[in-house]
Ligand binder design. Structure first.
Ligand SMILES: NC(=O)c1ccc[n+]([C@@H]2O[C@H](COP(=O)([O-])OP(=O)(O)OC[C@H]3O[C@@H](n4cnc5c(N)ncnc54)[C@H](OP(=O)(O)O)[C@@H]3O)[C@@H](O)[C@H]2O)c1
Length: 262
């Protein structure tokens, strides 16, 4: 009976994860009393870096699947710390929380901003990025992960493609070489890589954060043009940039719900 009572007092928090920030947040929240922290991973990476706390893996089955999961697991709040380009799960999270009337927060790293010496061409999609390559470079460093490579399949040129896991077998990818690596990457290594492969154009998503920023600094130092893909738009929602801001938000929500104001 006492155990049941204690469990009822615990607040169950769902982190939509798959990023370093999500792992850091889980590491912070598991130290806080009264919380059960569940991280959700999409389940696509072969050897994911595991967060502290409980972990579940695989899609929920759309908005309704996520809404059902929130109810079944008695989730008190959702913090979406997925990658800035993972916009489908973010839209699902926002909508499922609205229906379930559960507080939702987006934790996202700020986008990179161009600095003096950067030569960026800003585009809004992979289709646009692929169209812009001809005439700008023919030895291209394509650092967009493995899911969107098909957009570049017919683009003339030679591609150095960096990602964590290889593309699915049979997927259509451009001509070039795969480099399977997980960041963070050191500036000296990025400079050496760009020189060794005689890269004359980079294509990058504006992911933000520090783990992969050294390639942007390297491009600046080598005066290399970068085709920079902007983040997808997401519906309006509460957002913060750091795990400590996320904790402040969560405390506020939990205090309000325990005082009966929400
Ligand atoms: N996109 C990137 O560039 C990128 C880079 C680094 C890491 N990641 C991480 O990789 C994962 C997948 O990214 P994506 O761009 O493929 O996502 P997405 O396009 O936004 O989502 C596609 C579907 O994958 C499932 N899903 C995605 N993230 C999930 C999560 N954390 N937990 C449970 N299900 C999830 C959902 O399936 P259901 O509809 O069945 O629920 C979602 O509808 C995310 O966790 C993201 O943080 C993405």
């Amino acid at each position: 009976m006492e155990l049941e009572l204690a469990q009822n007092l615990l607040k169950r928090i769902l982190i939509l994860g798959g990023t370093g920030e999500a792992r850091d947040l889980a590491g912070l929240l598991v130290t806080k009393p009264g919380l059960v922290v569940i991280s959700s991973l999409a389940g696509r990476t072969e050897m994911p870096q595991m967060p502290l706390g409980l972990v579940r893996s695989g899609g929920f089955g759309g908005i309704s699947g996520l809404r059902d999961y929130l109810a079944q697991q008695s989730i008190s709040a959702v913090i979406d710390a997925t990658h800035p380009f993972a916009s489908t799960i973010t839209e699902h999270g926002i909508q499922a929380c609205q229906v379930a009337q559960i507080p939702y927060l987006r934790l996202t790293r700020p986008a990179w901003q161009p600095e003096a010496g950067d030569y960026w061409l800003v585009v809004h999609s992979h289709t646009e990025a692929a169209q812009e390559i001809p005439g700008r470079g023919n030895r291209i460093f394509l650092t967009i992960g493995r899911q969107e490579l098909h957009h570049y399949r017919a683009v003339p040129g030679w591609f150095l493609m960096r990602m964590i896991d290889p593309p699915a077998s049979g997927s259509e990818i451009p001509k070039g070489e795969l480099r399977l690596e997980r960041g963070p990457f050191a500036l000296a290594d990025e400079l050496a890589l760009l020189a060794a492969y005689r890269i004359n154009l980079m294509v990058s998503k504006n992911s933000g954060g520090v783990a992969t920023y050294s390639k942007i600094i390297a491009a600046r130092q080598l005066q290399l043009p970068v085709i920079m893909i902007q983040r997808p738009e997401i519906p309006e929602c509460e957002q913060v940039n750091t795990i400590h801001q996320a904790w402040d938000w969560l405390q506020g929500k939990l205090e309000r719900s325990s005082s009966g104001n929400e």
